[in-house]
Design a protein around this ligand. Structure first.
Ligand code: BGC
Length: 378
């Protein structure tokens, strides 16, 4: 292990170079001279997570907290019940209490400018976690997945489920036409448009040649978005679609869903309208939530996207400690994520499509879930 002293010297050097390289950025440029001289146990990292209603954010919060604690830091972890004022207040308090770094998964990516201004003024490095924070220069680093590719994978799994494509990407035997409906995520979450655009890029040729038919005619982001990623909202919209568009015996063949909670809302609506569990349309998802993994195993939901939150947490912890040691973390993407003020240096991770036949390989063998959890759905 590299000694603390060496790290401090290296950090000092990098700091000098780093400041020279990005001279003029001023407060919030991401390095904090003071922290490099301190032991991690004297430093506190504030971690702001959006909600505990979805299990992925609980897993993210736990993984970030334990990663930081293992590196020796103190952690102030807060969840905000998907309520914007609560999250603003939590971050305000973290800044007031003088945390040394912030890791933030925002609820509304445009609602934190006051908090980020304060963090910048206090020279607290800010890492946007999974969701980009928009409209402020004091976002020093962004750790996330390749969000557009997540959307491509969601659309790909829809095409595979319908038989239009094989899992290896080759053309499938089915011909269509198929009735599909589209759902997108929350309009205030920057990721939602990335997922939807990635998916639509993949689906559009099939829509153009009428292999896929969006019977409701609702295919613009604004019409298909789901505020706060709400399962109930999704269920209501699906119920409305079924009564308004599929009341004369037409069946829905596929539903593009951007998140497992939304998928479960869609499934409830379909069940309510008389679809048996073994005649569900092809339904996609995201996050590999355990309840949905069981539904995939049982053949009710078709697929989900696995984003390994352990790896994302590791990246966030690495980025935070790098800043706290006085250096700048290394991005692997500097062009994809502009937050309206600047291109935010980002580290993007890859995701995987989970089908029934690779649940064991992706989720059980990697230790993300046990087989017993998959069987029980919890
Ligand atoms: C995340 C997704 C998640 C969604 C709803 C997005 O920002 O990237 O993984 O499904 O929020 O929580």
């Amino acid at each position: 292990m590299i000694s603390r002293k060496f790290t401090a010297i290296a950090a000092g050097l990098t700091l000098t170079l780093g400041l020279a390289a990005c001279g003029g950025e001023g407060a919030g440029s991401g390095t904090n001279n003071d922290t490099a001289d301190k032991d991690p146990s004297e430093l506190v990292v504030g971690v702001a997570m959006p909600t505990q209603t979805s299990e992925r954010w609980i897993a993210d919060g736990d993984a970030v907290k334990s990663g930081l604690e293992n590196a020796g830091y103190q952690v102030d972890l807060q969840f905000a019940d998907d309520d914007i004022p609560t999250q603003q207040e939590q971050i305000d308090q973290m800044v007031t209490k003088g945390v040394d770094a912030l890791i933030i998964a925002s609820i509304d990516g445009t609602a934190l400018s006051t908090q980020l201004d304060a963090a910048g003024a206090a020279n607290i490095p800010v890492i946007a976690y999974d969701r980009l924070i928009n409209g402020n220069e004091n976002v020093d680093f962004y750790v996330t997945f390749d969000n557009e590719n997540v959307g491509v994978q969601q659309a790909t799994s829809l095409l595979v489920g319908l038989g239009l494509m094989n899992e290896d990407g080759s053309e499938g035997d089915a011909e269509g036409p198929f009735n599909v409906e589209l759902f997108a995520g929350s309009p205030d979450d920057n990721n939602a448009t990335f997922f939807f655009n990635g998916a639509m890029k993949t689906l559009q040729p099939y829509i153009d040649d009428e292999t896929l038919v969006v019977q409701s005619g609702q295919s613009e982001f604004g019409a298909v978005a789901t505020q706060r990623w709400s399962q109930d909202e999704a269920q209501k919209r699906m119920e409305n679609l079924l009564t308004s568009t599929y009341n004369s015996g037409d069946k829905v063949d596929g539903v593009l869903s951007p998140f497992d909670g939304i998928s479960r809302g869609i499934i409830s609506a379909l069940e309510g309208a008389g679809y048996a569990t073994d005649e569900m349309p092809v339904i996609t998802g995201q996050d590999a939530e355990i309840a949905s993994v069981k539904l995939i195993n049982d053949g009710v939901q078709f697929a989900t996207i696995f984003k390994d939150t352990r790896k994302l947490a590791d990246q966030a912890v690495d980025a935070a400690s790098t800043f706290l040691e006085g250096s700048i973390p290394e991005p692997n993407d500097t062009t994809s994520y502009n937050n309206g003020v600047k291109d935010v240096p980002s580290f993007l991770l890859e995701s995987d499509i989970v089908y029934k036949d690779n649940i064991a390989a992706l989720l059980v063998d990697s230790g993300y879930y046990t087989q017993a959890q998959v069987d029980a759905g919890q």
